[in-house]
Design a protein around this ligand. Structure first.
Ligand SMILES: Cc1ncc(COP(=O)(O)O)c(C=O)c1O
Length: 382
C-alpha cells in the first residue's frame, strides 16, 4: 500500500491505505456489492456488513450506532451540521460561534450562515494557536445555537482545550449544540465523544488509512437535524443516496487497526517528530509553531528564516521528500495561511512555513532522515 521510493511526510493531507482497509474494501466490492437498501439475499449481506461496520466505528468513539451517519468525508459532515443547524433558523436571532483557525469546511459553512442573515462570531487564537476561551465564552448567550471548535488544528497540530470549553459553554446555555471537527486528531488521539461532551463531530476516513470518499457525521441522540441531501430514505432517512458500503467496511477495518496499534504508532510518530525538530533546531534557526502548546504527535509546522516555503518544498520534492505548505487547500491556492494569520505571525515570515506530518507508515530513523534532507536542501539553496 506504500510507495517505498518516495519519502512521504504529508499524512495530515491524506494517509496511505492500510492493508486491512484495502482487503475489507475488496471483500465488500466482490462479496457484498449489492445495494444495501434492497430486499434480496445479497442486499441483506451488504446491509449486515454495513451495520456490523457501523457498530465497530460507533464503539470506537463511545457512540451508539444510531448516532453514526456515513458521509463522503469530513467536509460534508462539517457542512451538514453547520448549515442544517441554521436552515430553518435563517435570518432569525440564532447565533453561531466558531474560531478563526478552523478548516475551510467549517469556515466557509459559517460564512454561508452569516451571508444568510445570522450572527456569526469568529473567535481569535493566541500566538500558540490556542483558541481564546475567554473571548469565546463572552459571545455565548441565549440565542447561541451552535458552537464549533476543532479538536486540533490541521496546520499546526495544536490541540484545543475542548473539554473545558464545552463545560463552560454548557454552564451558560445547556441547549447549545457543540460541534467539533476531529478530522485531524483521530490519527493519534482516541476520542470518546460522550466523555468529552461533544454533541456532533466530523470524521474523515482518508486521514487514518481508509480510502478517500468516506467519513462520519456523529450526532448525539439528544439532537435532531434536518436531512442535508434529499432523495431516498437511506441512513434512517438522514442522508439520501446509495450507501458506500465498501468505503464503510474499509473504514471499520482501518479503525480496528488503529485501535490495535494506536499506542505504538503514536509513540513512534512522537519520537521521530521530536528527533526531526531537535536536529533542525540544533543546526539552524527555526521556529516550531505551537511549541508551547499541546500538539498532536504527527504534525510539525516549521518556520524557516529567509527561505520561501514554495522554493523549499520544491527542493525537497526533487530529493523525494513530500511535505506541504499547510492545509492542502491553502497550499493549492498559495495564499498565506489563515491559521498563521490568526496567530499573528509576521507578514515577513508567513510564507516561510512548511508542514511535515508523520503517520502510521513512519519508520525508525525517519525523523533524522527528514531533517538531513531539509538541511542539505537548505545548504544547496543558500
Ligand atoms: C481539520 C480538517 N477538517 C476537515 C477536512 C476535510 O476532510 P475531507 O477531506 O474528508 O473532506 C480536513 C482535511 O484536510 C481537515 O484537516
Amino acid at each position: 500500500m506504500v510507495n517505498e521510493d518516495y519519502f512521504y511526510l504529508d499524512h495530515a493531507a491524506t494517509t496511505p491505505l492500510r492493508e486491512a482497509a484495502f482487503e475489507a474494501f475488496k471483500y465488500a466490492e466482490i462479496e457484498a456489492f449489492a445495494n444495501s437498501s434492497g430486499g434480496h439475499t445479497l442486499s441483506r449481506k451488504a446491509k449486515n456488513l454495513l451495520e456490523e461496520s457501523r457498530e465497530i466505528i460507533a464503539n470506537y468513539f463511545g457512540a451508539a450506532p444510531s448516532e453514526v451517519t456515513f458521509t463522503s468525508g469530513g467536509t460534508e459532515a462539517d457542512n451538514w451540521i453547520i448549515k442544517s443547524s441554521f436552515h430553518s433558523k435563517l435570518s432569525d436571532k440564532s447565533e453561531l460561534i466558531t474560531t478563526k483557525i478552523e478548516h475551510e469546511a467549517v469556515l466557509s459553512s459559517a460564512e454561508w450562515v452569516h451571508e444568510n442573515g445570522n450572527i456569526v462570531h469568529f473567535v481569535s487564537s493566541d500566538s500558540n494557536g490556542v483558541v481564546n476561551t475567554h473571548e469565546l465564552l463572552s459571545k455565548v448567550n441565549d440565542n447561541t445555537k451552535l458552537v464549533s471548535v476543532m479538536f486540533a488544528n490541521n496546520e499546526t497540530g495544536v490541540v484545543q482545550p475542548i473539554k473545558n470549553i464545552i463545560e463552560e459553554v454548557k454552564k451558560i446555555n445547556e441547549n447549545i449544540l457543540f460541534h467539533s471537527d476531529v478530522v485531524q486528531a483521530v490519527a493519534t488521539e482516541k476520542i470518546d465523544f460522550h466523555k468529552y461532551g461533544i454533541d456532533s463531530a466530523a470524521i474523515s476516513g482518508h486521514k487514518i488509512g481508509a480510502p478517500k470518499g468516506i467519513g462520519v457525521m456523529f450526532l448525539s441522540s439528544k439532537f435532531k437535524l434536518p436531512s442535508y441531501f434529499h432523495g431516498g430514505k437511506q441512513e434512517l432517512e438522514r442522508r439520501a443516496g446509495t450507501v458506500n458500503v465498501s468505503g464503510v467496511a474499509a473504514l471499520a477495518a482501518a479503525i480496528l487497526e488503529l485501535e490495535k496499534n494506536i499506542t505504538q504508532e503514536k509513540m513512534k510518530i512522537d519520537f521521530e517528530r521530536n528527533i526531526f525538530e531537535e536536529k533542525l533546531n540544533s543546526e539552524i534557526d527555526i521556529e516550531i509553531i505551537g511549541k508551547n502548546a499541546t500538539r498532536l504527535s504527527h504534525i510539525s509546522n516549521i518556520q524557516f528564516k529567509d527561505i520561501n516555503s514554495e522554493t523549499l518544498m520544491i527542493a525537497l520534492d526533487l530529493k523525494g521528500l513530500g511535505v506541504s505548505r499547510g492545509s492542502a487547500c491553502a497550499s493549492g491556492a498559495q495564499k498565506p495561511s489563515h491559521v498563521l494569520k490568526a496567530m499573528n505571525i509576521s507578514k515577513d515570515v508567513i510564507n516561510n512555513h512548511l508542514r511535515f506530518s508523520f503517520g502510521w507508515t513512519t519508520k525508525d530513523g525517519d525523523g533524522l532522515r527528514a531533517a538531513n534532507i531539509v538541511l542539505s536542501s537548505l545548504r544547496e539553496l543558500s
